[in-house]
Design a protein around this ligand. Structure first.
Ligand code: SF4
Length: 378
């Protein structure tokens, strides 16, 4: 129970932190936790909105069209929150064929998109030569296609398998056609958490080291957080601060992290729920808090994207008033999160209507967050 004195002290301290954040001065972990635990959500939304305007003046909300294709569903990692992966030799194990890519890319282009989000699993039989060959083949067939592909855990895996540095793996993938690196596999950047939910995957430092190399090579990257399972509030805040601190280290002209996207753990049918009884702690108000705190802590990442595919229309709209300036992709195909219960789907028209209904101007963009035919919303 708080005394009146405690409440006065907390209020004064929150005002001090808001002022510091509004001046883009980096917050400490303690200050982030203080905000998370004690700040009223409407105050967080207010401060986050000011910062959103500072980073992205005007009224435009970004969205895009792309397609998620999984390269294979065989993955040695067997993360306990993942329903998508299969073990080698499973009846329904697959590696996507070139014919299948062609069908999917033709459909993507016919809908006006030009980017594939190519993701795992980490199939122990697929080495660097496979990915180089795949990227080259796709780029030869579709020279304008953009490949937003793999993620730090795959780079760590391929580097270990081939005896190469992260930098060498990334250089070879870029030469073969990689356009940008998703922030996949970040989950929570705490080894305590990772040892429980994804023990076979890259450690927190390995994830960050790959991103550091990608930034040195000026490869556009994104940052993510999959929260709402076994992590503490402090670990969520530390995750954000690790991303922010890495972004400070990027070369001045490098893209670095273009965006940050938090999404909640989807528990349906996962080993984490079945074996350990861990349910997703997701709720709408907490997502709004996370969006706002992300905007406040990540003082050097321009774009904050709300994951409308996992939180739905209403929370997506509210996120735009809480620091987010982007609703992501209509994602023509998605298999990993949807296999654990995320079921929201929107077409291009619905996405634009949602943005307008929230009071913003829809701005279709590419993966580098450059607007296509810029709308007039500034
Ligand atoms: S989340 Fe990714 S790395 Fe983990 S098991 Fe699933 S496919 Fe593999």
């Amino acid at each position: 129970m708080f005394t009146e004195y405690d409440i006065l002290f907390i209020t004064m301290d929150l005002q001090r932190i808001y002022k510091k954040a509004s001046g883009l001065i980096p917050l400490t972990v303690e200050e982030g936790v203080e905000l998370y635990m004690h700040a009223p959500v409407e105050e967080l939304m207010y401060v986050a909105n000011i910062l959103r305007q500072l980073h992205n003046p005007g009224n435009i909300t970004g969205w895009m069209i792309d397609r998620n294709v999984n390269i294979t569903n065989v993955c040695f990692s067997q993360c306990s929150f993942c329903n998508f992966c299969r073990k080698k030799g499973s009846e329904d194990a697959y590696i996507t064929s070139v014919e299948n890519y062609i069908k999917k890319i033709d459909e993507l282009f016919s809908l006006g998109g030009d980017q594939l989000l190519l993701q795992g699993g980490m199939n122990p039989e697929l080495g660097l030569a496979f990915y180089i060959d795949l990227f080259r083949t796709l780029k030869k067939l579709y020279p304008t296609l953009k490949l937003h592909a793999l993620g730090p855990p795959e780079v760590v895996f391929l580097a270990g398998k081939e005896g190469l540095s992260y930098c060498d793996v990334l250089k070879l993938l870029i030469e073969a056609g990689l356009d940008s690196l998703p922030g996949a596999g970040a989950e929570i950047l705490s080894d305590r958490v990772r040892r429980i939910v994804s023990p076979a995957k890259a450690t927190a430092d390995e994830w960050l080291d790959v991103m550091k190399e990608a930034h040195k090579l000026n490869l556009p990257t994104s940052a993510t957080m999959m929260y709402g399972h076994i992590e503490t509030i402090q670990e969520r805040v530390e995750h954000l601060i690790k991303l922010r601190d890495l972004q400070y280290q990027k070369p001045a002209e490098s893209y670095g992290f273009i965006t940050f996207i938090p999404w909640p753990f989807q528990d349906e049918g996962t080993a984490l729920l079945k074996k350990q009884g861990i349910r997703s702690s997701y709720n709408g108000p907490d997502y709004i808090r996370i969006i706002a705190i992300s905007r406040i802590i990540l003082n050097n990442i321009k774009n904050i994207q709300a994951s409308i595919l996992t939180v739905g229309r209403d929370i997506g709209m509210l996120s735009l008033h809480s620091g987010a300036n982007d609703l992501g992709s209509i994602m023509i195909e998605e298999n990993v999160v949807s296999s654990a219960g995320a079921t929201y789907r929107f077409n291009a028209q619905e996405m634009q209507s949602i943005i307008k209904e929230a009071g913003f101007v829809p701005g279709r963009r590419n993966q580098k967050y450059e607007f296509i035919n810029p709308p007039s919303g500034i």
